[in-house]
Design a binder for this molecule. Structure first.
Ligand SMILES: NC(=O)c1ccc[n+]([C@@H]2O[C@H](COP(=O)([O-])OP(=O)(O)OC[C@H]3O[C@@H](n4cnc5c(N)ncnc54)[C@H](OP(=O)(O)O)[C@@H]3O)[C@@H](O)[C@H]2O)c1
Length: 320
């Protein structure tokens, strides 16, 4: 049993718990997506840059064909990668995504990052931050051009909702001055080490709902920014363990409930069926005010998905 948030403009219902698809090998993806849907997930967070969209589509198709779910019960998300921000490329990159999924429309399309890089073939098997010469090359394309092309996808009936990922208040403020269609969602890194309370409160006051990624904080990152290297693993942090034991839950559930209880959507990924199920089972208990207070006290303004040479090979302070 999962809960929903209602999105602005369309009134579409987005589940508070969804399934992430980053870092799942293409060979395993179709089966994992099928199992996730069978386990009860109805929200799938995908992206062209994850390199497994076609296999996500396969898993979805099998689940629909087997009668586990109807298309309209699913909430499918994808994201426009940085190489495709120009008005001529948004639709053609999106067409690859739609073909990958084998669907007529998707529920939400996000601009993945607030910067544009040089064009690379959207059918390239491995999209990265770099161009064909393996260089990080920014391109002079304003976000208003990209947003207009995103709005066009809504007009064409190909996308029900559009939104943003990894944008900050300054860039959203600017976008709201010209947007014909207000973003429905902002997808950002969020966990007790990175609360961003002012950002989230403001974004929600604009009618924009929030999806959290990296709910387990530094647990999933092989390389972390130097400024965060001192922080202990969030998933096994004694405070998280203490709260989990108090409620008879596991640590992952505590970190996910920390978000959902604040009406923030979570999208954990797991290749293990037992974890898929426990990550979805968040509404049969409640964190109390003291738990939330203790978890919030862990805030270190620590962002792990940031562009440092030791993490992504280039330095770009987009969140400053
Ligand atoms: N918009 C963006 O820029 C952006 C950036 C990053 C991620 N995302 C999205 O967010 C999704 C989730 O974020 P993420 O991939 O950073 O990390 P995550 O899904 O929060 O964590 C995934 C890792 O945690 C493990 N795990 C899952 N459930 C667990 C539990 N209950 N206890 C212990 N370990 C558990 C998984 O291992 P097992 O698979 O072995 O269980 C996996 O290695 C991604 O899949 C992607 O869809 C978006």
């Amino acid at each position: 049993m999962t809960k929903f948030l209602k999105l602005n403009r369309t009134g579409d219902k987005i589940p508070l718990v969804g399934f992430g698809t980053a870092r799942i090998t293409p060979e395993d993806t179709a089966d994992i997506i099928y199992t996730a849907i069978k386990s009860g997930y109805r929200l799938i967070d995908a992206a062209l840059s994850y390199g497994n969209e076609a296999q996500v589509g396969e898993g979805i198709k099998k689940a629909i064909d087997d009668g586990i779910v109807k298309r309209e019960e699913l909430f499918v998300i994808s994201k426009l990668w940085n190489h495709f921000h120009s008005k001529d490329n948004v639709k053609s990159a999106f067409d690859v995504t739609l073909e990958n999924f084998g669907l007529d429309y998707i529920d939400l399309y996000l601009i993945h990052f607030p910067f544009a890089t040089e064009f690379v073939d959207p059918r390239s098997t491995k999209l990265t931050f770099f161009n064909d010469e393996n260089k990080f090359a920014l391109k002079r394309i304003p976000i208003h051009e990209t947003w207009k092309a995103m709005e066009n996808l809504v007009d064409l009936g190909l996308v029900r909702n559009i939104g943003l990922s990894n944008f900050n208040v300054q860039s959203i403020l600017d976008l709201l001055t010209y947007a014909r269609i207000t973003p429905a969602i902002l997808e950002i890194e969020f966990h007790p080490y990175l609360l961003q309370e002012r950002l989230i409160t403001w974004v929600k006051s604009q009618g924009i709902e929030v999806i959290a990624y990296a709910s387990f904080g530094n647990t999933v990152f092989e390389e972390v920014p130097p400024t965060t290297a001192h922080l202990p693993n969030l998933l096994t942090h004694p405070t998280v363990t203490k709260i989990a034991q108090k409620h008879g839950r596991n640590n992952g559930q505590v970190l996910l409930t920390f978000a959902t209880q604040q009406n923030i959507v979570v999208i954990p990924k797991s290749i293990q069926e037992s974890r898929m199920k426990s990550n979805l089972d968040l509404f049969s208990y409640k964190l109390d005010a003291d738990d939330i207070k203790e978890l919030k006290a862990l805030n270190a303004n620590a962002r792990f998905n940031d562009f440092f040479p030791n993490t992504y090979g280039f330095d770009l302070p987009i969140f400053e």
